[in-house]
Write a protein that binds this ligand. Structure first.
Ligand code: GLN
Length: 485
């Protein structure tokens, strides 16, 4: 097995015991990028090979001297292109930010560096994180490493494809309505959306500020716990960041506790691919056999979640994206006669079609006369969805269901029909609306070999329970021989 194929926790152990050097790990990952990137196209920017090897060497030297190299010491990590990296362009895969080079690091990037991780590149995404297939990127098309005719999911499709193709050991994405968990499911890896406020959003380019969270995409649950350990915790630079202790997530992932599992009846019905449903139910069967209690729960307002999400997310996006006006950041149209024309043309030429659609939908929902009918109504139903979860968590520790209704779909299949694309998020948006933590992990494959994702949500700030359940499912699936990346 090539080094690049190993998990972060395995590599960490091998580096720290001197079994392999950081240079060897970095070389293996960079060679894999060279080999697979021509098809997969996960990266918008991979950093310079010589520079990355020099950084790996510096970590090796530190290690040889017996100094602490940090809990991510020397591990190659990819970052989604909506997370600011000092001196490295950060475009949100949008023409409007095509020339933007942040003068500062996002808190998560800074924490990765402080923990010894090495950022190796910035990954492709749907423009401004709006989409479920990465086909809305203004830059390039990313392909699913399991089947290049299919999408990797989105919007963090580049990060998911990079990890699944072993072109990065771990990656960061962002999740507003499912953008970490859905591509993780479609690419056969693990993805976490933390509790809203658990991870700092400072330096994350805003889409829907009341929904956005940064989260890890990794090869297994322990790696997700490791990266969560590094990026979680209070940050005074983000006013929505929660000031609470960070539990030892890695220890939680190894705990063996018999939990009560709730299956929401609304998420096993119409529209669910039978193979996906069966695979998730089989995994729940393994939990039950191992001593967990399984109960049915209900999320009665979940049927409204897509409508509520697309009103709230678009409303927030229309306000957040007002700053791209040709003056403050990025692209400015040339040959204009006056300032109004400059605003109009810069925005018309700089944004892609999906971003424009969302700005218009959001502006409409917030406009006077429609605000009460749309935005206020959506905000009220959002609260009801949170209350549904509170009622469910009174009966169970975790809620389990499929991450997506179908496995990865063919490139081009849904691009003509935005509503069909929006429905990909039907099982993931509720966790964002309620602000609760959730994880997707692979639980098997379809008969044609495509990965299937299982979704575990826990109560607000319940990452500890979420990791306990995820670790247990992963161990049981491995024993049953159900999954291997
Ligand atoms: N697919 C959803 C959307 O298009 C979610 C995106 C996200 O989580 N960033 O809005």
């Amino acid at each position: 097995m090539e080094l690049a194929q190993k998990t972060a926790c395995e590599l960490k152990r091998m580096i720290q015991t001197g079994q392999v050097s950081c240079r060897e790990v970095m070389t293996s990952v960079l060679d894999t990028i060279e080999k697979r990137e021509p098809v997969v196209q996960a990266y918008l920017r991979a950093l310079d090979r010589a520079e990355l090897l020099a950084r790996a060497d510096a970590t090796d030297k530190k290690n040889a001297r017996g100094e602490d190299i940090g809990i991510l010491g020397g591990l190659p990590i990819a970052i989604k292109d909506n997370i600011c990296t000092k001196g490295i362009s950060t475009t949100c895969a949008s023409k409007i930010l095509g020339n933007f080079i942040p003068p500062y690091d996002a808190t998560v990037a800074q924490r990765i560096a402080e923990a010894g991780g090495i950022v190796i590149g910035k990954t492709n995404m749907d423009e401004f994180a709006m989409g479920s297939s990465t086909e809305n990127s203004g830059m390039k098309l990313t392909r699913n490493p399991h089947d290049p005719e299919r999408v990797p999911g989105g919007s963090s499709g580049g990060s998911a494809a990079a990890v699944a193709a072993h072109e990065a050991v771990m990656a960061l994405g962002s999740d507003t309505g499912g953008s970490v968990r859905q591509p993780a499911a479609l690419c056969g890896i693990v993805g976490v959306k933390p509790t809203y406020g658990r991870v700092s959003r400072f330096g994350l380019i805003a889409f829907g500020s009341s929904l956005d969270q940064i989260g890890p995409l990794t090869k297994d649950v322990s790696d997700a716990a490791l990266l969560m350990q590094v990026i979680s915790g209070h940050d005074p630079k983000d006013s929505t960041s929660i000031n609470a202790d960070v539990p030892d997530f890695m220890e939680c992932a190894g705990n063996d506790r018999n939990l009560t599992v709730g299956l929401p009846r609304e998420f096993f019905g119409e529209g669910l691919d039978p193979e996906v449903g069966k695979s998730v139910k089989d995994a729940v069967g393994l939990l039950e056999k191992a001593g967990c209690k399984v109960v049915e729960v209900s999320l009665p307002n979940a049927g409204y979640s897509i409508a509520v999400y697309y009103i709230c997310a678009c409303a927030e996006a229309s306000s957040n994206l007002a700053r791209y006006d040709g003056c403050h950041y990025g692209y400015r149209a040339e040959g204009v006669d006056n300032i109004v024309e400059m605003y109009c043309r810069s925005r018309s030429e700089g944004f892609g079609p999906e971003v424009k659609r969302r700005i218009m939908l959001g502006t409409y929902a917030l406009s006077s006369g429609y605000y009460d009918a749309y935005y206020m109504k959506a905000a009220k139903v959002r609260k009801l969805i949170s209350l549904d979860y509170e009622a469910a968590f009174a009966k169970c520790d975790v809620v389990i269901h499929p991450t997506t209704p179908t496995p990865a779909f063919k490139i081009g299949d849904k691009t003509e029909n935005p509503l069909a694309m929006y429905l990909c998020d039907i099982y993931t948006v509720t966790a964002n609306l309620a602000g609760i933590p959730a994880i997707s992990l692979p639980c098997g494959r379809t008969s044609s070999g495509l990965p299937i994702g299982l979704h575990i949500a826990a109560a607000h700030m319940g990452e500890k329970t979420m990791f306990e359940a995820a670790g247990k499912v992963e161990r049981l699936l491995a024993e049953a021989g159900k999954w291997k990346l």
